[in-house]
Design a protein around this ligand. Structure first.
Ligand SMILES: [Zn+2]
Length: 345
């Protein structure tokens, strides 16, 4: 089997430690690189632990229901509608969820899906039931977009949960993007898989990653059926990264109701882990193609986000923004062990 390109190098340093009477302290930093994703990171030897539950009340005070465009009072007045050629009613509706154009779009096709009229849902209450309609309405929208035959090839469902992750509103909502071209990161994943297939006779990159990770048992959190859950070798966030892969699913439209139910069950376990460990925020993306692409399996990533007290210091700094390397004081293999317990409940 062709190598999947995970490399690691140790750097050792030493300083005189003020917290230990200026005795010498050796530090070992792991520089990691993942050829598939192109993510370089540095895994630090000291563990990040968030000492207390985040103060979500402060966000709720600044962003009350009475001012929220996604709450029932202002929803009809302040949320955009589609033109009638897309959907006659102006918005897509599924159960309690609505999907409509983003008023401040990142893309010609950027939409927002609100899960329900509930203004704030804490991380531990993001159950499969609480998320079902929101993901289902995104699915309905992608089916309609495919029906319209406008040449879109790539789609994603994305989530900034709470302000530390870039979420502009407390009210939980997803965003979708469809495009004729992949985003820069998806282009990277596609190119990696295509290059891997070209260089290896039996090469499907995703199949081999999952086989090797399952055998290694270091970052393989669980298989819940069709979906395999891993922690990333070289994470995209300071608190690590959790990945999910839909085995052998080569288009968004391969996903069944049961696959979505499995996804939401797994996500709720990850979110419970985050809640228990005092995180308050995350980014999530699910990436897919809209036509079958044998070199790309539907997959996604979750990156926990946080602020550091007492100053509300950001978890992004110059290393990530300007050097394209992630500083990560969470060891991926340790994160995996901790998450495994939540998948055994
Ligand atoms: Zn609201």
């Amino acid at each position: 089997m062709k190598d999947i390109g995970l490399t690691k190098e140790l750097t050792t340093g030493c300083y005189l430690n003020p917290f230990d009477n200026f005795q010498p302290r050796e530090i070992v930093i792991e520089e990691r690189y993942d050829e598939t994703t192109g993510v370089a990171s540095r895994i630090l030897p000291y563990r990040l632990r968030l000492g207390q539950k985040p103060d979500t009340d402060a966000y709720l005070e600044k962003s009350p229901e009475s001012l929220c465009p996604f709450c029932p009072g202002l929803f009809d007045k302040l949320t955009p509608k589609f033109t009638p050629d897309v959907v006659a009613e102006g918005k897509f509706k599924k159960g309690e969820a609505y999907l409509f154009p983003n008023a401040f779009p990142y893309d010609a096709t950027n939409t927002v899906a609100v899960f329900s009229s509930r203004h704030f849902i804490p991380l531990d209450q993001l159950t499969p039931d609480a998320m079902r309609d929101g993901f289902a309405v995104c699915r309905d929208y992608f089916y309609r977009i495919a029906e319209l035959q406008r040449g879109y090839q790539y789609c994603s469902i994305n989530w900034n949960y709470m302000p530390p992750s870039g979420g502009g509103l407390v009210h939980p909502h997803l965003q979708t993007i469809v495009g004729r071209r992949p985003t820069s990161f998806v282009r990277r994943l596609l190119a990696s898989a295509q290059n891997y297939a070209a260089a290896s006779e039996v090469g499907n990159l995703w199949r081999n990653i999952l086989v090797l990770e399952q055998e290694a048992g270091e970052r393989f959190v669980a298989s819940t059926g069709v979906i395999h859950w891993l922690t990333a070798f070289s994470p995209k966030g300071m608190a690590g990264e959790i990945d999910f892969y839909f085995k052998e699913k080569t288009s968004f439209f391969d996903l069944t109701d049961a696959n979505f139910a499995e996804l939401l069950e797994g996500l709720s376990r990850v979110f419970l882990y985050l809640y228990v460990n005092n995180y308050m925020s995350f980014n999530l993306s699910l990436y897919a193609t809209m036509t079958p692409e044998k070199n790309f399996w539907v997959q996604g990533k979750i990156v926990p986000r946080f602020e550091l007290n007492p100053l509300g210091t950001s978890d992004l700094n110059y290393f990530e923004k300007l050097h394209d390397e992630i500083i990560c004081p969470v060891v991926p293999e340790q994160l995996c062990k901790e998450l495994q317990a939540y998948f055994q409940i």
